[in-house]
Design a protein around this ligand. Structure first.
Ligand code: ADP
Length: 608
């Protein structure tokens, strides 16, 4: 079944859009797509920093300066107890200590530290998972005794890279569950009795933190470069003035490169590692501010990708002027802006699907527009141009008989002409008006044939008789060029066809053969029975055509260069009518030709 051009275009466009969407959707599930989403996430993070506000947290760090001045890791416990005493003096809401205290150290130092812990309000100590996941490494009993809670200090890197965009709120080792240090610090600070977990969130007092259990209880950390005051332990040890920690939750940890075991990266760290304690403080601040980032459902990402692909390919294949490109570019831009817009509304939309689909649709749709749609447009524009040329030609041709008619009738009305002259003039008027009528009929026929409005009037006919009539009509033209038309059609070839249309076709082939042949050559017309139908051919020794010309021959208004240079007038529509007539009879027409050697037009008409 033949499809209309519009239907075919729409079908191809739909296929390209679907392919762009499918490939982009699949890519978004690969490491490549995941890494792209990560990069976009980090970029958006840096592009839209949260407004700095006074933080409910403070960070006390054992940095390089502290280690250099007050001794390194070996003096840590002694220094830690002094620092804690200084912090306790400020009356903070809670103190979370991210220091490994799983082994006993110097007995005197440990005793002093335990005493400091005892005086620390809302103490939360860190515990770490055993490397094999069999249980927890907790602080030793003398320390543990004073802790209001223990919180795990695991972070969550990736996927696909080492950047900590999230932490995990809940971890299970052996059979024991531990909440994150930051979450426990929040609970202790709020004075809540416990942490309530549901499959989709975690509640501390009246605070609800969205975090799905089936996804591993992740929490996207809203990192902020400003907000949390960072105090060097060195300043506290030296008794220097430090920002007040009253009412805050203080996170204490080691950041000195030489001692901190966990060097981590965040979207804001730009390649410079940060210490785990800083991440925990940021996670705590995220929960306090309620600045949660929700992950968009997968269906939304896929839907956005589909919409982008359909709109872009649709615009490129249906809107032919600049509007097509403009709309496509607009949608492409929107596909890039969408993750940003979502991010502004605290929703993380993976960009790879929609951005990938938009670019693939742009490429596919652009190529389709260039190679297919534009070409068919050019073809139809060329046909229109040829139609206009032919129209000018016809208008010009009509003027010749009209001038003759006008002149003759004027002569007759103005002068009293002798009878012989009057008869000559009326004969001319008659012949010229017939020529005009014939020309107009031909043009109307073309239109009717192309619009499929012409119906066949089938009747039993004798081919030899039909060809004979055509030869007779073409004889004056042939005689002028002293061309011999050899009629080799055998008698008794009878079959059903539309006599008038078929005569038109045969006459056209015959006159073409004569028109496009040099003087004193021969044109042969022959026929034979073929499977109940007939095969008819017209051979000449004329100017011929090359292969590419033969291909275009049956297009309306097409004329070869050689034909135009031959000086023979023509419109280039005869053959297009011939082909339509033959096809109406369910037959076919073929051409064999060589430039300068001649052509053979063969028509096959099946039995009806
Ligand atoms: P027209 O003869 O009015 O130009 P046609 O549709 O009958 O229009 O033919 C289209 C073109 O095909 C011609 O202009 C000519 O270039 C080419 N052509 C047709 N018949 C022949 C032939 N027998 N030999 C060479 N060229 C031909």
């Amino acid at each position: 079944m033949a499809l209309s051009a519009e239907r075919r275009t729409a079908l191809y466009a739909a296929a390209i859009a679907a392919a762009a969407w499918l490939v982009a959707a699949m890519l978004s599930f690969t490491a490549l797509g995941g890494q792209f989403d990560n990069n976009v996430y980090d970029f958006l993070f840096r592009a839209a920093p949260p407004r700095p506000a006074s933080s409910p947290a403070a960070l006390v760090v054992f940095d390089e300066r502290t280690f250099q001045r007050y001794g390194g890791i070996r003096r840590l416990r002694a220094n830690l107890s002094r620092v804690l005493e200084r912090i306790a003096g400020d009356k903070p809401a809670a103190v979370a200590v991210d220091v490994t205290l799983a082994d006993p150290g110097d007995a005197e130092e440990d005793a002093r530290l335990a005493a400091s812990f005892a005086r620390t309000p809302g103490l939360v100590l860190a515990c770490e998972m055993m490397p094999d996941g069999s249980g927890w490494q907790d602080p030793i009993e003398p320390f543990r005794r004073h802790a209001a809670a223990l919180g795990h200090v695991s972070t969550l890197a990736g996927p696909y890279d080492e950047v900590n965009r999230r932490i995990t709120l809940e971890r299970v080792a052996g059979r024991e569950r531990r909440w994150a240090l930051s979450l426990e610090a929040l609970r202790v600070a709020l004075g809540a009795a416990g942490i309530l977990a549901s499959p989709s969130d975690v509640a501390v007092g009246a605070r609800v933190i969205p975090s799905r259990w089936d996804e591993g209880r992740p929490l996207r950390v809203r990192y902020s470069e400003r907000g949390i005051p960072v105090i060097s332990a060195a300043d506290l040890l030296s008794g220097r003035q430090a920002p007040s920690m009253a009412g805050k939750v203080v996170f204490v940890g080691v950041t000195a490169i030489s001692a901190a075991p966990d060097r981590l990266f965040t979207p804001l760290s730009r390649g410079l590692p940060v210490a785990g304690v800083a991440i925990h403080a940021q996670a705590f601040q995220t929960m306090c501010a309620g600045a949660f980032l929700a992950d968009a459902p997968l269906s939304l990402a896929l839907l956005a990708a589909l919409l982008a692909a359909v709109l872009i390919v649709g615009a490129l294949s249906l809107l032919m002027r600049w509007q097509g490109w403009a709309l496509a570019a607009g949608v492409l831009l929107a596909a890039h802006a969408l993750p940003w817009l979502c991010f502004r509304h605290d929703v993380v939309l993976p960009a790879s699907a929609s951005v990938g689909a938009a670019w693939l649709a742009m490429l596919g749709g652009g190529a389709f527009r260039y190679f297919f749609v534009r070409r068919s447009l050019q073809a139809s524009e060329a046909a229109t141009r040829r139609y206009q040329q032919a129209f000018h030609f016809v208008a010009h041709e009509m003027r010749t008989p009209l001038t003759a008619i006008q002149g003759s009738s004027e002569l007759m009305s103005r002068y009293n002409l002798p009878e012989a002259k009057r008869r000559e003039l009326t004969g001319m008027i008659n012949a010229e008006s017939r020529r005009l009528a014939h020309m107009i009929t031909t043009f109307l026929d073309v239109e009717k044939l192309s619009a499929g409005q012409m119906e066949l009037r089938l009747s039993e006919l004798d081919l030899a008789h039909l060809v004979e009539t055509c030869c007779r009509r073409a004889a004056p033209l042939a005689e002028k060029k002293r061309i011999v038309v050899a009629n080799r059609v055998p008698g008794r070839l009878r079959f059903r066809a539309d006599a008038e249309l078929l005569e038109y076709a045969v006459y056209n082939l015959l006159t073409n053969a004569v028109k496009y042949s040099p003087a004193e050559t021969e044109v042969v017309i022959g026929a034979e029975a073929d499977n109940g139908g007939v095969r008819l051919w017209v051979t000449d020794q004329g100017i011929g055509m090359d292969e590419s010309e033969v291909k275009q021959l049956f297009q309306k208004f097409y004329r070869t260069k050689r034909a135009e240079q031959s000086g023979e007038t023509g419109t280039g529509i005869g053959l297009s009518i011939v082909r339509q007539i033959i096809e109406l009879h369910e037959g076919s027409i073929h051409v064999r030709s060589a430039p300068g050697k001649g052509s053979t037009f063969t028509v096959l008409l099946p039995a009806r």
